[in-house]
Design a protein. Structure first.
Length: 415
């Protein structure tokens, strides 16, 4: 993903909070700390994933507890959030791609989480130049069951990955039973930025494997002689998952799909052309054709984007025009899904990035149906893929072409 701009309101509201948080000492009775740890505890205190035959798992990592700057500061933050007429504000800003942002700044708990995460990023060893911290989002951190792993690519570079267990590890592990989603991240991001998407598939019964490309997140920089080829690293990650990972025996090797966003979507387009173990793909905003291979298209591919995808900022019309040229090169079953007023942040859960509130719903609905149809053969998923969500773009036609049948999908004009 391009280094998506942090919106101005994020900098203004959080700058003083981060400064105060990094300067404070002592323990915290922060309401967020209590709420987040309580939510995480709900996952931890349910039956252990090991009780169902899986490796031991844990939820996503929250930032270290830090005190709110002052009691007055906390009260001011809550008062400011309470003063926002949230429903009218979201409604008014959805069509200029700020619906999610308005929702986030109206939540003092989430604002404090983001302030703590940004403060922690200054001292936790993460790559500050990449802009995005690795603490995800409190809602999705608490909901996933992760098995962290380390492995090497073919050049010996150390990579970090996360196995996301199906049904949060609360379903019996059975040999060869679980379809797989390989998840590929955007430029300068990390696995936590897409945790909502991983959770979506895991909750639907898929085993998800996400990893950080070399030089990103918790993975090491490229070792000597490593060209940093993302398609190769995706293949190496899949090979590790199938042959060496602690969940290898539970995988159905005939039902493997790949999802990716931005740079990860470009990688997805290249991977689907050369990797026979992959059976279906969803590429979200593959912003260019760099390093991608289009002369072969052996598997079904869905491309998603938003009609306000810049991709660097919420700029109307740019990315759909670029991505459509990519889509038009596909020859197998395919789909082109464009969400109304959704931006490049549509597929992320990083707090305070601007997009429409319905963008993620559209991404979820169609990406899950795509995999359910092509990996699981679910007939009811076909109806989803041939039905228009009302908030699809009215500027660009969406479509699905499945088994020779083309269906045009149009959004509805707002009243």
């Amino acid at each position: 993903m391009q280094s998506f701009i942090r919106v101005g309101v994020m900098s203004v509201v959080l700058a003083s909070l981060v400064s105060s948080l990094t300067a404070c000492n002592g323990t915290s009775d922060s309401p967020l700390s209590s709420a987040a740890s309580g939510a995480n505890s709900a996952v931890r205190t349910s039956a252990s994933s090991a009780d169902f035959g899986w490796p031991a798992s844990k939820p996503g990592e929250d930032p270290p507890a830090s005190p709110l700057p002052t009691a007055d500061g906390a009260a001011q933050l809550k008062a400011a959030a309470a003063a926002i007429p949230i429903a009218p504000a979201i409604e008014a800003t959805n069509y200029v791609a700020f619906g999610y942002t308005v929702r986030d700044i109206s939540d003092p708990t989430l604002m404090e989480f983001q302030a703590r995460a940004m403060a922690a990023q200054l001292q936790d060893g993460s790559r500050i130049q990449h802009a995005y911290h690795w603490y995800g989002h409190p809602e999705h951190n608490a909901a996933v069951a992760l098995v962290p792993v380390k492995f090497k690519n073919r050049y010996g570079t150390d990579l970090y990955g996360e196995v996301v267990l199906p049904k949060r590890g609360q379903i019996q592990a059975v040999n060869g039973a679980f379809p797989v989603i390989l998840a590929l991240e955007g430029l300068n991001t990390n696995t936590s930025v897409y945790r909502w998407w991983h959770q979506l598939f895991a909750d639907a019964g898929y085993l998800v494997f996400a990893f950080d490309f070399s030089g990103q997140g918790r993975s090491a920089d490229e070792s000597a002689g490593d060209p940093g080829n993302n398609v190769e690293e995706a293949q190496d990650a899949l090979t590790y998952l199938l042959n060496q990972s602690p969940v290898k025996q539970f995988i159905d090797t005939q039902r493997i799909g790949v999802i990716g966003h931005s740079m990860g979507a470009i990688t997805t387009m290249g991977l689907q052309a050369v990797e026979p173990r992959i059976k279906a793909a969803v590429a979200a905003a593959p912003i260019s054709e760099i390093q991608s291979v289009f002369d072969k298209n052996p598997i079904p591919v869905m491309i998603q984007t938003g009609d306000h995808d810049g991709p660097v900022a919420p700029i109307p019309f740019v990315n759909p025009a670029v991505v459509k040229r990519v889509y038009d090169k596909l020859t197998s079953d395919r789909a082109f899904i464009v969400a109304n007023a959704a931006t490049h942040a549509q597929h992320t859960n990083y707090p305070l990035l601007p997009t429409s509130t319905w963008g993620r719903e559209i991404a979820a609905q169609y990406s899950l149906a795509w995999m359910d149809f092509y990996l699981r053969g679910q007939a009811d998923a076909l109806k989803v893929l041939q039905t228009a969500h009302p908030k699809l773009s009215i500027l660009f036609d969406s479509e699905s072409v499945i088994k020779g049948q083309a269906t045009v999908l149009k959004g509805q004009v707002a009243p």
